[in-house]
Design a binder for this molecule. Sequence first.
Ligand code: 3HC
Length: 306
Amino acid sequence: RVRAFASSAAAQAAVGRVAVIGGGQMGAGIAQVAATHKHDVTLVDVSQEALERGKAYMAKSLGRVAKKKFPDDAQAQGRFVDEVLSRVALSTSPAEAAGSAGLVIEAVVENIKLKQDIFAGLAAAAPEGAILASNTSSLPIAKISEQLSAARKKRFIGLHFFNPVPQMKLVEVVRTDEADQQAVDDAVAFVKGIGKVPAVCKDTPGFIVNRLLLPYMMESIRLLERGVASARDIDAAMKLGAGYPMGPFELCDYVGLDTIKFIVDGWHKEGKGLAGDKQFAPSAKLDELVKNGHLGVKTGRGFYEY
Ligand code: 3HC
């Protein structure tokens, strides 16, 4: 039976347990935010080690939130962090986690086959009427769900969060042609219930944010390649001249150069309406950095050194 959620509180009660598949930065961030807003959460990854890394990420981020929430009260800060973390169960079994979830959010690496396989298992295990969602940033939602039943497709959507998840207010709610209005409404209610702002959009490459951000990032890299200005000056220009919180190179390093390369290569090759678009043609500079393992902040070096 498909349930209708009348309000955020109702959405929270109705969604109940949230399963998040993938304990990397995005998955851990999503789990953290859902648990902060009183959802019971199961965070799933392939190993205990990966789960512990996800938990450490949450603890660190919650510590920052707690410091602002309870300034000068270390005890209250500790209680807050412990209380939120107590709502996050860790598991290595996606099926077990999905079995009791009203909403399952997948946040694993951008590999279409892997995502399709994961969702085949989740669809077999999740309660009828559960919302199945992918946090993909660049793969078509309809393609990820193409092997699922018509009933599952009706409640399959994109829920695209932004990095750092605890801080960024936006969540794109991506609707395929097959998703029904109720699923979209329920997803919107969930997003509002976790203190975020939803933007509903169609299932097109990059949705809204990345469709605008990637051309900007790529053109910044090409400015650098053409020798127009240094990375530092381009960053300073966009921060001080256009009011962006980070310059494009800081942002590329922050998002991860492997992620950026993966997105633009995919679109250039077969993005709907984007294949062959020269905005997304390979960049020698980006390719070289990625080839040498300089992926940005996470590896200690990208356009900058950290
Ligand atoms: N957990 C909790 N809070 C965090 C946090 C985290 N991981 N990271 C930052 N914050 C909070 C800080 O506590 C601080 O809060 P306050 O303003 O209430 O005191 C606030 O964020 C600002 O942090 P800092 O002072 O440490 O640093 P900055 O002022 O430089 O802000 C930033 C950091 C929020 C990351 C800011 O630089 C920013 O907004 N950058 C742009 C980020 C962006 O564009 N993200 C989207 C990337 S695209 C994407 O994710 C899509 C994907 O599909 C590719």
